[in-house]
Design a binder for this molecule. Structure first.
Ligand code: NAP
Length: 307
């Protein structure tokens, strides 16, 4: 692999930035990676494990001279971070983010980006329920989608260069309108996460079954919900607060469907349930055919989700 950017600054050293650091190093995709995180503790761990070539104690130092700056903090923190780094960005640099919501990040970040710096928002559809500087690994993005939502005036060459990096880290890339991205992700990721949080919360309320049996006999369905519901609380709080409209729209539709199924169960309408489950099964087959999951039993498999 060849060097795509001379100096890459990773701001926020959690799962996503950490995985980028590993993938960039493995592929020799940058001459130098520089990292910064807000807490001294995270910076210390990052130094200890050699996550980047250099960990700085100020964000200004990290972004100074960087050709690519990656904002990898929770969605709600992007705007303040952009304001803080703006005066220190190198002319001609690219700023991207990895936030799970796009329109609100664009609204918060774009006004701070100085003339002559390219802002190209992005979102890797890859993740795990783990977070922090030790959570990253080089293969996280392999065969996963990484959506870019360039602005109407984004420089095509800068977009192509960022796409090259994304592909070199093993991901597949596509471009999307920010609002469309937010609706698609509300269906495929955000609403499912909320449903998982709710289901685990329901089990938690039923104390008489949760204490022992739910944990002991947890079969794949509930167990998978608990994995999703273990995702980072800050990240997911911000996702829902910043993708409010689309998530509420999808949850409204979800509730309607749930009532339809609830009624079918109450009325003993087996045909309706059977037909419904036959349709949903076809969607699962489509996901497997698209290479986004495998057909193998998943006992203990290190499952990956997309935030
Ligand atoms: P993470 O592992 O929890 O790491 C978050 C990083 O952001 C940490 O370095 C943390 O610093 C920093 N941070 C937290 N709050 C901050 C604030 N208010 N101001 C400045 N820095 C702050 O998170 P992650 O999973 O890598 O997620 C990062 C971004 O990627 C989020 O926008 C998320 O939506 C997106 N994303 C996540 C996934 C996923 O599945 N995890 C998938 C795709 C995209 P300290 O450690 O110093 O507190």
């Amino acid at each position: 692999m060849s060097v795509i950017y001379d100096r890459v600054a990773l701001i926020g050293l959690g799962l996503i930035a950490g995985s980028m650091a590993h993938a960039i190093r493995e592929g020799g995709l940058a001459r130098e990676t520089v990292g910064f995180a807000r807490s001294a503790q995270t910076r210390e761990i990052a130094r200890e494990i050699g996550l980047c070539d250099q960990i700085t104690d100020s964000v200004a130092e990290a972004v100074a001279g960087a050709d690519l700056v990656v904002l990898a903090v929770p969605v709600g923190a992007m705007g303040d971070l952009a304001a803080e780094i703006a005066p220190h960005l190198k002319p001609g640099a690219t700023v991207t983010d990895v936030g799970s919501v796009k329109q609100s990040v664009i609204d918060a970040v774009a006004p701070h980006i100085p003339e002559g710096v390219h802002f190209i928002p992005g979102h890797p559809l890859a993740g795990t329920e783990h977070s922090g500087p030790r959570a990253g690994f080089a293969s996280l993005f392999r065969n996963r989608w990484w959506l870019l939502t360039p602005l109407p005036d984004s420089d095509p060459q800068a977009v192509e260069r960022l796409s090259d990096l994304v592909r070199a880290m093993g991901a597949k890339t596509d471009r999307m309108e920010p609002a469309h991205h937010d609706l698609v992700l509300a269906v495929t990721s955000h609403a499912p996460h909320l449903i998982a949080y709710t289901m685990v919360g329901v089990a938690d309320h039923l104390r008489q079954v949760t204490d022992e049996q739910v944990i002991q006999y947890s079969a794949a369905g509930f167990r998978d919900f608990t994995r999703i519901a273990a995702s980072d609380p800050t990240m997911w709080r911000d996702v829902f607060l910043h993708n409010k409209e689309a998530t509420l729209d999808i949850l409204g539709r979800f509730t309607e469907e749930l009532f339809v199924l609830q009624r079918a169960i109450r009325m003993g309408d087996g045909q309706q349930l059977f037909d419904y489950f036959t349709r949903t099964r076809a969607i699962r087959r489509g996901i497997i055919e698209a290479g986004q999951d495998t057909d193998a039993p998943d006992f203990g498999r290190a499952a990956k989700t997309g935030g």
